[in-house]
Design a protein around this ligand. Structure first.
Ligand SMILES: [Zn+2]
Length: 293
């Protein structure tokens, strides 16, 4: 996305969906988290209040005022990584006790907040006249949810609507799926599921909104499969240790990112081991690994 776009202006994605980009510390290349406002008839839900900076909370308040919100009814979390929940306590305190919604597999990481309402796949919530369908989309994290807004009367089986996808998709580049929380097979299945619902646009947790939703979801899956092919090719060439795989697959990477890259490769190796395509020789996570012959 363009530098700091959206920090200065709210952005309307759809009739009931607005993006507010809040500066925060997160994984490169991003410097912000997208907090989404689902607003209808003066009622709002806040999705992923990810910045605890008082200026960010003020900005959210300004946006809610500008949209003539009189009731913040709910806070919805795609997942509970710090860059998606840092502003949670601030938002809960600033408004009249909105209900907090999160998937059970993510709730344990929340601290100092009232007991959340646990969401699972296919729960439908209303925000004013807007319909919000929760979809369990694990892969980046185990209890990751996406929120499909206004996808039609039955909640989305006919296509359309806006999918707020957290870290399932990044507005630019690819999202991180790494050991131990990441699960590449689950990630691919989540992409397939969301594609089958044919949302019209995507609101990612970081970066610009995506208009060509299907192409972006397909590209995210292809990127992951391409990475998997690179891992298999390296193993076929006799590269057997995690750091050597990283050096071959990400040759230009600065040292500060080595660990994240290796955890991402480890997630690929685990998928391939489950599929009986790769064997792990011994106990050391750093290798050696080999193709199963
Ligand atoms: Zn995350």
């Amino acid at each position: 996305m363009s530098r700091q776009a959206g920090v200065d202006a709210p952005e309307r994605l759809a009739e009931h969906v607005w993006r507010v980009a809040l500066p925060c510390r997160t994984l490169p290349p991003f410097d912000h988290v997208n907090t989404y406002l689902i607003v209808s008839d003066g009622v709002a839900a806040v999705v992923d209040p990810g910045s605890s900076d008082p200026a960010s909370l003020d900005l959210l308040g300004e946006r809610l005022d500008a949209l003539e919100v009189r009731l913040v009814k709910a806070v919805l979390l795609t997942h509970t990584h710090p860059d998606h929940v840092a502003g949670l306590a601030g938002v809960l305190a600033a408004y009249d006790r909105p209900s907090l919604y999160v998937h059970a597999a993510e709730a344990g990481r929340l601290q100092d907040v009232p007991a959340p309402i646990l969401l699972d796949d296919d729960r439908v919530l209303t925000v004013g006249g807007a319909l919000v369908r929760a979809l369990h989309t694990p892969g980046h994290s185990p209890g990751h949810l996406s929120f499909l807004v206004d996808a039609g009367r039955d909640g989305g089986n006919d296509g359309g609507g806006t999918a707020l996808v957290g870290d399932l998709i990044a507005g630019k580049g690819s999202t991180w799926v790494g050991y131990p929380e990441g699960d590449v097979a689950a990630y691919l299945a989540s992409l397939t599921r969301l594609r089958s619902l044919r949302p019209e646009r995507l609101g990612p947790g970081h970066g610009a909104p995506v208009a060509a939703a299907d192409a972006k979801l397909a590209q995210a899956a292809e990127h992951r499969l391409e990475r998997e092919r690179a891992v298999l090719a390296a193993l076929a060439d006799g590269v057997e240790r995690l750091d050597a795989l990283r050096g071959r697959i990400y040759p230009e990477l600065p040292e500060a990112s080595h660990e994240l890259a290796e955890r991402s490769l480890l997630a690929h190796l685990l998928k391939l081991m489950h599929e009986m395509k790769v064997v792990h020789l011994g106990e050391d996570p750093s290798g050696p690994y080999a193709l199963r012959r």
